[in-house]
Design a binder for this molecule. Structure first.
Ligand SMILES: NC(=O)c1ccc[n+]([C@@H]2O[C@H](COP(=O)([O-])OP(=O)(O)OC[C@H]3O[C@@H](n4cnc5c(N)ncnc54)[C@H](O)[C@@H]3O)[C@@H](O)[C@H]2O)c1
Length: 329
């Protein structure tokens, strides 16, 4: 197991970042750990507060686009795990420049700080959406990047910046691309937490378009274990897909949630206008990470009851839902 003196996790107060940070704090008991986050609307202090009880762990409130903050974070670090990003596709149609700013300029600024301070390993968390829609079969890590919306385009652009750093400066980078990740602490704008919160507030579920679009679902805890496996055993300069075979259409997801709340989908599901462009399906093969010894452990159906309990007990984290349920915006 490599020993790291100082590890930086960006986006740690967000959904996936908080799970990765938890796994890193546990896996590396001797490392100093910096949790770096700007605290956008999608983050929550309660996502990380439990980690800050450990004296080795500190929080840095900062924007990726600020070079001095990035330098402060990476100074003396031998591992950076970069998850911070604007992450919601729907928002990217309305404010795409923010996505380019945080995801591309922010990644570039962090990479430049890491390069100039000789960070030993930079793990960049990207997404399966960079491959664009995959109508049949699945794609491996050699597939061409073909993003179709401002979010995935900004993630692909960030990868290209890092590709340049890898080739020009020999910067030690590993790319990780994952499919839809689910679990507790995800801001209720993505499908699963939104559906759960709407059911908890007695609101109908809304599906974009026909409901036939499908996604594959991977548990956040499995994803975090995959990132650790890649840190331990991955090859510098390579990309790794971390995926799942659990594929559901959006209608199937709505039916599952209705079933758990004992409600009739015919009454509780409505269909609304689709996104400007909505990839029909994403599908990645993940043999390469399996070959490192990683395996998926958690199924959606096993985790949903726990998620429902968690969202029910933590509704006060998301006051915008109460406002929505009361007829506000
Ligand atoms: N959630 C998924 O299904 C999924 C799937 C594949 C890849 N990813 C990738 O995983 C990463 C984390 O996704 P998530 O779902 O946890 O997103 P999230 O929106 O829940 O969290 C993102 C975090 O990044 C922080 N952040 C945003 N802009 C920042 C900036 N300029 N400076 C510093 N911090 C900033 C936010 O405050 C937030 O805490 C992203 O890079 C995303 O592209 C997510």
């Amino acid at each position: 197991m490599p020993a790291f003196k100082k590890i930086v996790v960006t986006g740690a107060a967000g959904f996936v970042g908080s799970h990765v940070a938890e796994a890193i704090v546990e896996m590396y008991p001797d490392s100093q750990i910096v949790l770096f986050d700007k605290m956008t609307y999608a983050s929550h202090s309660d996502n990380v507060i439990h980690l800050l009880r450990d004296k080795r762990v500190e929080f840095q409130l900062a924007d990726l686009c600020d070079p001095d903050s990035c330098i402060k974070a990476v100074n003396g670090a031998d591992l950076v795990v970069h998850l911070a990003a604007e992450s919601h596709v729907d928002n990217s149609f309305g404010n795409s420049l923010l996505f380019t700013r945080s995801n591309v300029l922010g990644t570039h600024t962090l990479a430049e700080a890491a390069r100039s301070h000789n960070v030993g390993l930079f793990v960049h968390v990207s997404t399966d959406e960079v491959y664009g829609q995959i109508l049949e079969g699945d794609v491996d890590e050699t597939a061409k990047l073909n993003p179709t919306n401002p979010y995935s385009a900004s993630k692909a652009a960030a990868e290209m910046v890092l590709n340049g750093y890898q080739k020009s400066y020999g910067m030690p980078i590993i790319m990780v691309r994952a499919n839809n990740i689910f679990g507790i602490r995800q801001f209720p704008e993505k499908i699963l937490p939104t559906f759960i919160m709407r059911m908890l507030h007695g609101m109908k579920l809304q599906i974009h378009g026909s409901g036939k679009n499908c996604r594959r679902y991977l548990a956040a805890t499995d994803f975090a274990a995959g990132v650790l496996k890649i840190i331990e055993k991955g090859t510098i300069g390579e990309a790794y897909n971390i995926g799942s075979d659990e594929e559901f259409t959006n209608s199937e997801v709505a039916n599952m949630i209705c079933g758990l709340f004992d409600r009739d989908p015919g009454e509780w599901v409505t269909y609304v206008d689709d996104r400007p462009f909505n990839d029909f399906r994403y599908a990645i093969s993940y043999d390469k990470v399996k070959a490192l010894g990683w395996a998926r452990k958690v199924n959606v159906a096993d985790r949903l009851p726990q998620m429902i309990t968690w969202y029910s007990e933590n509704q006060d984290r998301y006051p915008h839902f109460t406002r929505l349920a009361n007829g506000g915006r």
